[in-house]
Design a binder for this molecule. Sequence first.
Ligand code: FO1
Length: 308
Amino acid sequence: MNLVALAGGVGGARLADGLARCLPPGSLSVIVNTGDDFTRYGLAISPDLDTVMYNLAGLAHPINGWGLVDDSQQMIEMMRRYGDEAWFGLGDRDLATHLLRTQALHSGKLLSEVTAQLTEALGIKSKILPMSDNRVATMVETVDRGLLEFQEYFVRYRWQPVVKAICYDGAELAMPAPGVIEALEQADGIIFCPSNPVLSVEPILQVQGIRDTILNRNVPCVAVSPLIGGKAVKGPAAKLMDELSLDASSRGIATYYGTLIDGLMIDTSDSDLASAIPQKTLATNILMPTVEERVRLAHELLDWVGKL
Ligand code: FO1
């Protein structure tokens, strides 16, 4: 069974790990958001690619979900000694990823090529595909701080600034990375991971051809809600949807995705919303605090996709 998951952020990476653990090696392709990518200290940082890679390699920090387990912050502490604000917490071992990626890109390699090299070196059998090798930058228009780069909004200001609009700079020119369209066309099922629909999934859908390939699918596509009881499991999804006058609930997630999905997996506590959701729904415990829970949820999802 060839499965494709669209993922961004920690929730997406955790479910992708659960799916990889349930499927035969090599049958999962994860199309990852790169709208969060930015340059810090001259280094090319791809947070969502790294978060998926570290989670699938079993190396991710178990609490944060991003960065490496047992990593240190000596470099960041020295930055602060020099008076640098150092608001983006790069780990010392994590630096190896950014240094190798930056070196590869400077030597003319594509993001998809260096991602394949890094994931192969970590023994990952699933395909981790950036949505595009072209630059797409998610920009956040805020009330009090004007236009912010994604990581400034998300990390520096802890996603507290009130948002007026989001734009995906460069998306109109971005082509899907090699293998992305093919993976979607050859998929037996497509899954939208429980990622922020506006910040993590939409950038992927903005890349030329991806939305249409999913709309023209002839296999099931299901999403897992990132919201429970109108609140995000992690991150700004509910706050942002409120600020953008979107319905910050699982019903709103269903509306947001529309005909892109055939089904939405919601939390049991949101079962009362099922009647207001036009797509098929499956109510279950969508929290994944442990690796076992990721696998449990992934199994339920695969069973459901197989029956749709
Ligand atoms: N998120 C934070 O909230 N604080 C950080 O200091 C931070 C550092 C960081 C370093 C490397 C990396 O790959 C991710 C990092 N993240 C951090 C997470 C990242 O900002 C978000 O996970 C994604 O960009 C959005 O989901």
